[in-house]
Structure formats: structure tokens, C-alpha cells
Design a binder for this molecule. Sequence first.
Ligand code: GLU
Length: 417
Amino acid sequence: MSTEQMNPFKIVQGQIKRAVDMLELEPAVYEVLKEPMRFLEVTFPVRMDDGSVRVFKGFRSQHNDAVGPTKGGIRFHPDVHADEVRALSMWMTFKCAVLGLPYGGGKGGVVCNPKELSKGELERISRGFFQAISQIVGPEKDIPAPDVYTNPQIMAWMVDEFSKIKESFQPGVITGKPIIIGGSLGRNEATARGCVITIREAAKKLGIEIKGARVAVQGYGNAGSIAARLMHEMGAAVIAVSDSKGGILNPAGLDPLKVLAFKDETGSVVGYPGTKPITNEELLELECEVLIPAALENQITAANAGRVRARIVGEAANGPTTPEADEILAKNGVFVIPDILANAGGVTVSYFEWCQNLYGFYWSEEEVNSRLEFMMVKAFENVYNMYKSKRVKPRDAAYLVAVDRVAQAMRVRGWLG
Ligand code: GLU
């Protein structure tokens, strides 16, 4: 039995501790940051299509609001658990800090399998959950958004539910909404776009040509499928992609849009014509220049990290690499762009969306994308400079930038004594 730490909550605690120690900060910083300031567990009844009532469980975690209201997505997944949601909210705090956004970290989750639910059931779960957490969310308190297996339609039901409770339209309570009710242009692509920008910047530093670079993408949801498309548009060869059912390989390169159309039609990328079936594990070990884990946590572990042959890993997912795997990748010269930087494009455009909602003034897609570009490049530079000057792993560098910022906010607010 491996003794590798796989609990994301313990993993993020270790990451914070390392940064606090490296920065030689007062011990109170770790004491405040080591767990969320607020954690709500709810159960709520939902009427199913067959007339029966099922009770669902959900969580909302608010890690730290020293910098501003908490922010982060809601995931719907059968395996969601309390410690995972805690950890994801903590990663959000540091993600927002790396980008310099005026937010702390939050996250939510509902234990359910959207693939087995009708549209009506999904709507009633979305409304039921939002009602259950409505006391602790709000445009100035905590602002949810999409995450794994949730989407703009689900955000629309949630905003509708909240607006009814508050007896007024409340678009600023949630981001990732459909455009017609106050969503931002560019939000849907933003996580992938931000990730691809960081990969492009890393490739420049490492002297890797994106044109012709081989790319493997694990996960073909919002982040993975759009990252594949954007890499393809930049001239890279997307040789392999996968989803929860398995992966496909074509060394000559795939057309990501056609693969997406196939998945929309059949439910999976598996079986796409002209490809060789591979497993999710095999995908991670392919010889390529860029590997994009865009699925769930703990995919690159001590067990397989030694066989990763990519030169750059761009973490579109949250927490895809364990700490032990991180050490192995660093030793092997693999440049890992950590999740709290690589996938921060989503929350960055969520911030733009929230600003637009508060102002009631809406931006063009060009404006959104050019501001995103500016912020991602600046954040990448900050982390890269820290990486160079402190001679630490890129992930540690990102935590040094982030933890220091949150500590400064807590210090001036008088939280540290
Ligand atoms: N769920 C996304 C993340 O993990 C986006 C969060 C947001 O936009 O608030 O970063």
C-alpha cells in the first residue's frame, strides 16, 4: 500500500505550511489559513421525475475573506466530499491572490451524478442547493460559478432562485451566467484561454516552439476541449484527448472541434474515427511537449510521475498533481505550471463579469480577452521571477506570491496580532 497523501485538504495544508516557512511569516498566518473560516453542509429534498423524493447533500466552503468576498465554483459530482470542497476553496484563495483579484476563496459541491438526472431534476437540485446556501452567499459575501459538471444553465437557475429570495434581480451573486442575463462574453472560454496563455509563456522561456508541439489533454469538458481547440489554432498537434470513459490517440493530430462534435453526439470521445483507443493513464505517459490535465485531482501521482514525458504540464484541473509527483517531475526537468496560475483565467473573467454586473455596463469580447491576456501574462511573470530568484519549484513560487499577499491583507486588517 502506498502511503502517498491523496487527501486534497491535507495536501493544500502542506502547500501553505511550506510557503509560510519559506517566507518566514508569523505562525499565525498558518493558523488562520490552515482551514476554512466557514463551512456549511446542507441536505435538501428534491422531487424526482418518478414522484419519489430524494435527499441530496451539498457543501459550501468559504476559506478566507481577508482580501474580499469569497469566490469559487460549484461542482456536481458523485464523489464530491467535504475535504475536497474545503481544499478547493483554499486553492481558490491562492488562485485569486496569484492574479491579484479582490477575492478570497470559496467552493461548493453537490453529491449527485448529472449524467443520470433529467433536466427537470437537475434544475430542482440546482434551486434546492442554492436555497439551502442562500444565507451565506451574495454579491458582497460569496460569489459562486461553474465547476466540474455545472454550466451556465445551472447558474441561471441559481441566480433565478436567489433573485426570488431577495425579491430583486441579483446577477452579481453568481458568475458564468448565460450572456442574456448578465454573463460576460469570453467567460466560457476563459479557463482554457488563460491556461493556453501560460503554456505559451512557459514555452517561450523554455525555448519550445508551440507550432508543431505535440499536446495531450486529459478531460474533455469545458476546460479541456477548449484548451485543445486553442492549442490547435496556435499550430500545435493535439495528438491525444480523453474523457471519463477513456482516451484516443492519433500521432498525426486531431481536429478538436470535430472530436467535440463527436462527443456531443455519442457521449464520449472514445470511438472517434481514425484513432487508437488508450486509457487515461496511458495518455499521461505519452511522449509530447505539452500535457494538459483538465479533469480531476490526483491524476499524476508518485506511481506514474516518473513516466510523464511531457516538457510542460499546464494544470487546467485543480489539484491534478500530488506533492510527491511534483518532486519527481521537477527532478526530471518537467516544467509544471501550477493550477493556481494555469487555470486562473476562469475566475479572472468571473471577476470581469461581476464588475460588469455591479456597474451594469457590458464589455466587448475583445476587451475581455485583452484584459485577460494582460493579467495572465503579468501573473505568469510574477511567478516566474519568484521561481528564478528563489530557485524553487514553480508551484512553490506561486504559493510564495499568493500566501504573502493574503498575509499582508490579514496583517493590515489586524488578524495576526
Ligand atoms: N471553478 C473555476 C475554478 O476552479 C472558476 C471559479 C470562478 O469563476 O469563480 O477556478
